[in-house]
Design a binder for this molecule. Sequence first.
Ligand SMILES: C[S@@+](CC[C@H](N)C(=O)[O-])C[C@H]1O[C@@H](n2cnc3c(N)ncnc32)[C@H](O)[C@@H]1O
Length: 290
Amino acid sequence: MLSNIVDVLADPVDLTRLRGEDGFSRLVSESGHSYDVARQGYVSLVGGKGLNHGGDSLEMVRSREAFLAQGYFAPFVEAVTDAVGDVIERSAAQVDDPVVLEVGAGTGYYLAHTLDSIDGARGVGLDISVPAAKHLAKSHPRTGAVVADVWERIPLRDASVHAITVVFAPRNPEEFRRVLVDGGEAVILTADQGHLDELREPLGILGVEEGKLERMLEQAKGHLEPVADAELIEFPMQLEREAIAAQVGMSPSARHLDPATLAERVAALPERLEVTARAQLIRMRKAGEA
Ligand SMILES: C[S@@+](CC[C@H](N)C(=O)[O-])C[C@H]1O[C@@H](n2cnc3c(N)ncnc32)[C@H](O)[C@@H]1O
């Protein structure tokens, strides 16, 4: 619910504080800007430039929900939750209600799992996609859903977030540094070469480009630095055709492939296929903080 997290939200125009008005039907900033809370419980905190793309479509969000609900990515979810638990436990700023920001939070599946494992933790689920935000708003009672573009100024107060999670989603190291408390960390899970490799050729889907992690570390320089080496998380999944269709439907490949062609290619696969899941988990703190 937004009322749980309003104290950390900020006006996207000038970063002043927001408060709920008219029974939390809108948020109003100290500088007088007003942002309507949607009927479904999320708020769009978008500055002057507006959004220049919509993120995941409703179909992609539905595919994501269907796939994740089967638990295929459980080792990824556990790894992210464990890392956030560790950050919060070790954080110098011991508080009863730490704030976890998930960027590109999608359906809120990862954030809900993390909040369930940390007593009192509050979640900000940020996504550029309105269909995703609608899911996020009901994903966990301690999650507040915000539509915003992570490439712009993040609509959160300076030093208000104890941990940031990013799972297969875009990052903004400069803004992450601004919103993190001292001792806070960003926990980033990024697909590694070999992820879903068995599906690449038969379905004609996009592969993970080489050197992705290294490029990310390079881009973060001066803002964030790794706490330790990245951890490789790799496991096999036994996927039936339906799960494969959902997996592809929630990935960027969904935008490049015509649905009929994809359906034909999925139908030509064996009934069940072993598919590799492979990603790197990296924890990053503010640069120069060690
Ligand atoms: C591959 S999905 C991952 C979703 C979720 N983290 C998960 O793993 O289930 C990427 C998400 O990032 C969102 N996204 C893409 N560009 C974004 C941006 N510029 N700002 C915020 N969210 C963005 C998409 O709408 C989508 O929900």
